[in-house]
Ligand binder design. Sequence first.
Ligand code: DSN
Length: 426
Amino acid sequence: MQRDTAIFDLIQEELHRQRRGLELIASENFTSLQVMQAMGSVMTNKYAEGYPGKRYYGGCEVVDKSEQLAIDRLKAIFNIEYANVQPHSGAQANMAVQAAILQPGDAILGLDLSMGGHLTHGSPVAFSGKTYVAHHYGVKKEDGRVDYEALEQKALEVKPKLIICGASAYSRDWDYARIRAVADKIGALVMADIAHPAGLIAAGLLNSPFDHCHFITSTTHKTLRGPRGGIIMMKHDFENPWGHKTPKGEIKMMSNLLDLSVFPGIQGGPLEHVIAAKAVSFHEILQDEYKVYAQQMIKNAQAMSQAFLEKGYDLVSGGTDNHLLLIDLRNKNISGKKAENTLVKADITLNKNMVPFDDKSPFITSGIRVGVPAITTRGLKENDMQQVVNWLDRVLMHADDETVISTVRGEVNEFMSGFSMYPELG
Ligand code: DSN
């Protein structure tokens, strides 16, 4: 068959784009070569609907072992009893948990999207907001931190069956115990979506939700540095307090409900090539080097935060506990959209982001989100963060000056050429 040069040329082009730029999108990372090799393997050819040992197809004896390894390694990372590694994405993981325990029209309570929350936590444009009656809590205007008192008041008022914590643009740690205490008052269950900080939690650098939240979901491609995908976890299995009837009778245990909710509830054949790659990344997380990486993410985020503050940038909540910063650009007279579009011309990628109490639309935004997982993987250290912030500042303060932008781009490219990336790929 004729080689598809069009796509392979584009893959090469993307490799060069990734190599030469400063990647500051907080939800992106660079996997190891062996993670990519597992993903681009013959595992992609296999149909394996079902779970290890209970499949609807023959020939699953090998993928059974691979999927079981992924499950066992994930359980070892977080010291938990239950893991499902089949969700194709974080959105699918969240959908599966909600579909397992809720009925259409049930009330849920999650962090408002405009305050750092996620679409799958009850946004009206997503399945969660369309299927369930979604209520939201927010952050406090004075310090940008989750308003736990308002959360409690709202929970007592609307009595959600599920409280969701976790965010995609929140730079502070969570008080999971406090949220569980609220949930217990009203008999609600709690789901923590740790897609962003999962790697820092795995390394023991942030509060752990596992003792407090009934369900924990995550993606595998952000701070966990694995392939693109989702996972669902529970520290302990337990009986569904609301019972659950299926055509085959009542199902009591949450582990069964969650498995059934992923397949056949919302997905068909699992992506066994991605699951194999998840297993490889979980193996990497269990090594000592991963902890060093996670610690470096924190050091880099702290150093970056300090450098931005010294230049007068307005960080939401005044700083960070994790791997990202949310910056309100209103005092710098540039919108998030213009910042994103200008920085990309200097080979610096990040995303525009609404900030709490934003007066601009999600297409414009007043802020940007800056993350360190990818540059930390490249090998940048805390001493490099001042230079990174200097480049961002120069571009943002000269957003209409093509000479400045192209000079910064040259400096960024030259600097990043000193951090080798996938040398095996030529
Ligand atoms: N899109 C992810 C992020 O950028 O945080 C969340 O789904």
